[in-house]
Structure formats: C-alpha cells, structure tokens
Design a protein around this ligand. Structure first.
Ligand SMILES: [Fe+2]
Length: 285
C-alpha cells in the first residue's frame, strides 16, 4: 500500500491555541517559559509544513525523556496490557532510544491498515477531532511532556500518541471500530445532535482513552491514556482505584476532567462488547 494523499487535510482545524491546549493547569510545563516556547516552535514547524509532515529535530533531553518513559512503560505493558495492544506494539516496533519521526510511524501504519498520522497543535474539540477518525486520520501532537515530571501529562504529547494510540491502529478490528466512532461523530455533528456527540465523546474517553478489558479472566489495559502514561497505567491497575463494569448507561451522565489523573475506570467484558456498543451509537446517528 503506498502513502496516502494528504491534500484533503488542508481544510481541517489545526490548533485552538499556539501553546497546546491546557494553559490553566498545575502541570509544571504551563509555568516554564522555555518549555512553552519549545512546544510553540514544534507546533509552528508542523503548521508551516501542513498538510505534510516535517522532519522534527528533537533535543538530547527530549530523546532522554522518551527513552526513560518508554523503558518503564514497556515493562508495565508486558504485564498489564491487552493482547491487541501488545501485538500492535510489536508490529509497529517503535525505537526506544530516540523519538521516532511522525512520518516514519505514519508510513508503517499506512502500509498496514491505511490509518495515518497528522500533526495537531493540542487538544481539539470532539466535534473537530472525532469525525476525522472516519477518514482514518489520527491527529497527533509532536511535542513531549515536561522533563521535570515524566510520569504524567494532562496534555496529549508524542509519548501518549505514539506509545498509547499508534499501536492500536496496527490492529484492523480497532481501525474498524475507530472509523465507526468517527462516522457516528460526523453524523452527530452534521445533525447538530449535541447530546449524541457528548455520549460518543464519553464512550471514546472511557474505552479508547481509559478503557480496561477482560481477557482470559484478567483485567487488561486497553486505553491509550493508560498505555501511554506511567502514572495512568499504574492507576488503571491499582486495586484501590474504582473500577465499574462498562455500559453506556454507566458513563452517560459523567464528565471528563482532562487535567486530573483518572479517578474511575470501566471494564468491558470483551472487545465484542465495545464493538457492539459502538454499533448502537452508529445506529443512533
Ligand atoms: Fe488520546
């Protein structure tokens, strides 16, 4: 499969602000002017090359943060992550000692399942982000979390994107699920159905981002938020952190706090249950 044509991306939203998305936060990165300037420069570089992917030049310190987090995550994932994630991780085979280029990772994904990466300048609104999944596009931040606290980031960063999300896009059933979520979200936006879009956003958060799944009688990590973050993964497996069985009714009235570590996780019975609920949402759209 050859590389995909990226020209249709020239019309899509790139960023909400020139510094990531979450400016009011206790996270140390928000108060470090040098860090903010670095994030801004990687975002500007991405925007100038848009819709192509630039060759990013990461610093030694950034590569070191990537390596530290990657080594710890891989050990935790070996024990706690679901099979689909581990298979995708092995197939994608990201380097541990350096931050890979988005372009090289996208090339592997495009060749395997047709999903592609496109940079983004921070968290977008769900009405902008989710419908793009229907076009098999994963928006992806190019910058790294703050080096003083590599264990957690309230911002999406390249570790979250590539260690959390990207391996799942090597897995065809997950690609089909993502395309379905994207189509349902696009239909909800088109119809101006904000309630349905909210429900789809919550479904995405409590499955694709923070979902747990039963596998051979054990609870395993499925979501990218947990697979792509040390603190998130440990919380997901911490027996003192609340877990509930997944259902649409259980998540419908909840809200999302992007800034705080996850207080509550939902456990899906199986991959089929997640897919069936996604199909129900598609029928509502
Ligand atoms: Fe994410």
């Amino acid at each position: 499969m050859s590389r995909r044509d990226r020209s249709f991306l020239s019309e899509v939203v790139f960023a909400k602000s020139d510094y990531g998305s979450i400016v009011q936060t206790n996270y140390p990165g928000a108060h470090d002017q040098d860090y903010r300037a670095r994030v801004k420069s990687l975002i500007s570089e991405s925007e100038q090359a848009w819709p192509q992917l630039p060759a990013y030049h990461y610093t030694e310190e950034e590569h070191a943060t990537w390596e530290l987090v990657s080594e710890v995550l891989i050990r935790l994932q070996n024990r706690y992550s679901c099979k689909a994630y581990l298979d995708g991780r092995d197939a994608l085979n990201l380097p541990t000692s350096r931050i890979p280029q988005l372009d090289e990772v996208s090339a592997t994904m495009e060749e395997t399942t047709g999903f592609m990466l496109a940079p983004v300048g921070g968290l977008l609104d769900k009405a902008e982000f989710l419908p793009m999944l229907s076009q098999r596009v994963m928006r992806c931040t190019p910058y790294l979390r703050h080096p003083s606290y590599p264990f957690f980031t309230p911002e999406p960063d390249i570790l979250h994107e590539l260690r959390g999300h990207a391996p799942m896009f090597m897995h065809q059933p997950f690609v089909d699920l993502s395309v379905g979520i994207g189509e349902a979200a696009a239909a909800a936006v088109e119809a101006g159905n904000d309630d349905l879009l909210d429900t789809i956003g919550l479904f995405y958060w409590y499955t694709v981002e923070y979902g747990l799944i039963k596998e051979d009688g054990e609870i395993k990590v499925f979501g990218a938020g947990s697979n792509g973050g040390i603190q998130d993964l440990l919380r997901a497996m911490d027996p003192t952190v609340e877990k509930r069985p997944f259902s649409l009714d259980a998540i419908r009235s909840l809200s999302i706090d992007y800034d705080a570590p996850q207080e509550l996780f939902f456990v899906a019975e199986s991959y089929e249950q997640v897919t069936e609920i996604a199909e129900q949402l598609m029928k509502l759209a």
